[in-house]
Ligand binder design. Sequence first.
Ligand SMILES: Cc1cc2nc3c(=O)[nH]c(=O)nc-3n(C[C@H](O)[C@H](O)[C@H](O)COP(=O)(O)OP(=O)(O)OC[C@H]3O[C@@H](n4cnc5c(N)ncnc54)[C@H](O)[C@@H]3O)c2cc1C
Length: 292
Amino acid sequence: MRVGNLYENKEKTRLSFEFFPPRDEKAEAGFYKVVDDLTKLSPDYMSVTFGAGGSTKEGSYQAVKKMITEKNLPTVAYIAGFGLGPDEITTVLDKYKELGVETIFVIRGDEPRTDDFTPHPDSFSYASDMLSFIRERYDFDLGCAGYPEGHIQAESLDKDIEYLKLKVANGAKYVVAQYCYDNTLFFKYVEKCRAAGIAVPIIPGIMPVYSIKLTNMLCKLCGAMIPEEMAAKLDSLAEADKSEVAAFGVDFAIKQCSELLKHGVDGLHFYTMDRSKSVTEIVNRLREDNLL
Ligand SMILES: Cc1cc2nc3c(=O)[nH]c(=O)nc-3n(C[C@H](O)[C@H](O)[C@H](O)COP(=O)(O)OP(=O)(O)OC[C@H]3O[C@@H](n4cnc5c(N)ncnc54)[C@H](O)[C@@H]3O)c2cc1C
C-alpha cells in the first residue's frame, strides 16, 4: 500500500494508527489485541515505529511482518536512522521490501539514552540525507515528520520548514505532523509550509490525553505546548479517577478532530500508544457526527 497515492486520492479523509512494536513476547498478546480492536475501525493504514539506534529493529520487523502476512493489514514501516550505518539501513529496508512493504516513513531519530551505544561513524545526520539515500536505491513511497511548533532542536520554525522542504525535495511524498493541541498552530504551520512551496499532504497527528503523567512527560520530551485551558483542566483532574482523565482526553480530541475535519485535512493520524479504547471512542463519535 502506497501512502503517497492514498493521500493523492482526495475522495475521503484518511485514517491511520501508529503503534510501537511490543517490547517483548509477554507484551505481544496485549499488543495484537489492540491492533485487532483498532482494525475494526477500518483504518486506511497502520504504522509501526522504529527505535533509534536500531533498538527495536527486530521487534519492529516482526510486528510489521505479522500485520502484513498474518493479518493482511496495510502497514507502513518506519526507519529511524540515528546511529545506523548505510549498510545497516539497507539490511533493514531489504527485509521490508521482501515482505511487500511499499511505504517507509523516514525519520532521523534521537540518540538512545543508554551509555553503551556507539553510533556508526557513517550514520546520517539528518532525515533529508536518509531520504536521498533511500530514494536512490528503492522504489518505496516515502513519508517524513513535520513539527507545527518547530522541532525541539530547530534554530527557528522557519529554518525547520526550510529543512522540511529539503526532505520533500529528497523524496518525501507526505508529511505526518507531530501532535499539537492547538489547531491554530497546525493551520498556521500548513500555511507557512505552503508559502515555502511545500505542496505535499501534511497530516495532523492526534495524541489523545491518555493520562496526565504521560501527557506531561511526552509534551516535555517533544516540546509540544499544553494550552492554558487544557493545563487548567488537567490540574483540576489531578486527583481524579483515571477514567475521568481519559474521558476528558476523548472529548478534547473529538473537538480538535472536528475542527480539523471541517477545515478539510487529508487525514487524521492517531498516536495510539498501543491503546485502543480512547481512539475507538473518538473515531466512532466523529463517524456518528458524519465528520469522518
Ligand atoms: C510522526 C512522527 C513519527 C516519529 N517516529 C519515530 C520513530 O519511529 N522512532 C524514533 O526514534 N523517533 C520517531 N520520531 C521522533 C523523531 O525521530 C525526532 O523528533 C527526531 O529528533 C527528529 O527526527 P526528524 O526525522 O524530524 O529529523 P530531521 O528532519 O533530520 O530534523 C532534526 C533536526 O535537525 C534540523 N535539521 C534538519 N536538516 C538539517 C540540515 N540539513 N542542517 C541543519 N539542521 C537540520 C531540524 O530543524 C531539526 O531540528 C517521530 C516523530 C514524528 C513527528
